[in-house]
Design a binder for this molecule. Structure first.
Ligand SMILES: Cc1cc2nc3c(=O)[nH]c(=O)nc-3n(C[C@H](O)[C@H](O)[C@H](O)COP(=O)(O)OP(=O)(O)OC[C@H]3O[C@@H](n4cnc5c(N)ncnc54)[C@H](O)[C@@H]3O)c2cc1C
Length: 386
């Protein structure tokens, strides 16, 4: 059984307190994703704008219980994400900040690129995006078609389309994955500004996690300076897809924590709103409570593996994410079942939680893709069956 140290417990307490502010705003953001612009001064949103900015670029971090909190550790981040997602996963994803792109910049950026990226983040609340998925290349991201071709000595041109890209319509900058040549080593990542000519991002209609505002991005001959291509100082094997996979491995326990938070929100909703429960319902709810505890342990275990760079890290994170999206879905449907046939209309917050749970299934790789990754871990001997 993993137990949290005093520092992480303090972060958990703070996140729980901050998350209280989100519940009353959750339905407003669900109906109008642009509502995020009205809530930039909500404590948690303002913290998220700088979460994960490394200490050398963040002279003024949030202080919790006398200690600075940068959010750069995976365990502290998942503990934080669970609590905030109990308040509202939509707000967590809608907030400005570097999170997804920052992980890639940390892994692949040179000193100048990191300085450029983080100085933009520190200037003002800045949304970022991470564009990997393509319209016909969802789970098979390595087969992407978007191209990056030289244009003179000091520029490149991006050409192609990306789909389901969170926050791109409100972002100033982000990362685009594109291909310089065929094959897995031909993929690379580029820092891209949304103000560049030829860049467009159209919001897509969605039913869950609507705050994130996923978009269809078109890259119509977008010129990028050569200095914005990430990983040029790294070996070819450490650029592109390899770095994307490493980055996604680091982020995946956090996505699992969103699922856990959504499942817990549904569980707590039933406890708060059903005055009496019959024996069968009580039994089902107790079982759900146990599954939440088991999943939390698995997520923490995967986060520790990521922080310790264990070979099993990505596989454990896949196991945690696959289980979290399934539990989020089952818990929200079970909670709706506790309120009868009109539950979706009578309990709009529960209805929203059930829709958000579906989004978790697709974010950062579907359940099937995570199961394939768990299987690979077992075959390669990184994971044990027990
Ligand atoms: C809320 C949300 C936010 C997102 N944010 C981003 C973002 O910021 N950036 C980004 O790049 N992408 C983002 N995505 C896209 C997400 O990563 C993709 O939706 C996901 O990778 C699946 O791709 P797809 O939707 O094209 O489905 P497909 O790949 O077409 O899959 C459809 C179905 O086929 C199954 N399937 C596919 N391949 C296999 C296989 N080999 N074996 C077994 N089953 C398989 C899948 O499990 C799924 O059930 C987001 C998606 C959502 C829903």
């Amino acid at each position: 059984m993993i137990e949290l140290d005093d520092r992480t417990l303090a972060i958990q307490r703070q996140a729980r307190a901050w998350a209280q502010e989100l519940k009353p705003l959750a339905l407003e953001l669900d109906q109008d994703p642009d509502a995020i612009h009205r809530h930039l001064d909500v404590a948690i949103v303002s913290y998220l704008t700088r979460m994960t900015v490394p200490p050398e670029f963040n002279p003024d971090p949030v202080v919790i219980d006398g200690r600075p909190f940068y959010g750069t550790g995976t365990l502290e981040r998942v503990v934080f994400a669970e609590e905030v997602a109990v308040g509202d996963a939509g707000m967590l994803l809608a907030a400005p900040g570097p999170v997804m792109s920052g992980v890639l910049v940390d892994a692949m950026g040179d000193e100048q690129q990191k300085k450029w990226f983080y100085s933009r983040i520190m200037e003002k609340p800045t949304w970022t995006f991470f564009a990997l998925t393509e319209p016909d290349r969802g789970s098979d991201a390595g087969a992407m078609d978007t191209t990056l071709t030289p244009d003179g000595d000091d520029h490149f041109v991006l050409r192609g389309a990306k789909r389901y890209i969170g926050n791109a319509a409100r972002a100033d900058l982000g990362i685009v994955f594109a291909r310089t040549r065929p094959g897995p080593l031909g993929v690379t990542a580029v820092l891209t500004e949304t103000s560049a000519a030829g860049f467009t991002a159209e919001p897509l209609e969605t039913i869950g996690l609507r705050g994130l505002r996923i978009t269809a991005v078109t890259l119509d001959d977008v010129r990028v300076p050569a200095g914005q291509v990430l990983g040029r100082h790294l070996r070819a094997t450490q650029r592109g897809m390899w770095s994307a996979v490493q980055g996604l491995n680091r982020l995946r326990p956090g996505v699992a924590a969103f699922g856990l938070g959504i499942a817990r929100a549904a569980y707590e909703y039933v406890l708060d709103n059903r005055r009496t429960l019959n024996t069968a319902e009580r039994h089902r709810l107790d079982r759900l409570g146990l599954r939440l505890t088991e999943l939390r342990q698995l997520i923490w275990r995967s986060a520790i593996a990521v922080d310790d760079n264990e070979p099993a890290a990505g596989h454990l994170a896949s196991a945690a994410k696959a289980r979290a999206s399934r539990l989020a879905e089952e818990a929200t449907l079970e909670a709706l079942g506790c309120f009868g046939p009109g539950a979706r209309l009578d309990h709009p917050l529960l209805d929203k939680l059930a829709r958000d749970a579906r989004g978790v299934e697709f974010m950062e790789g579907t359940g099937n893709i995570q199961k394939l990754n768990v299987f690979t871990g077992l075959v390669q001997g990184h994971l044990r069956r027990d």
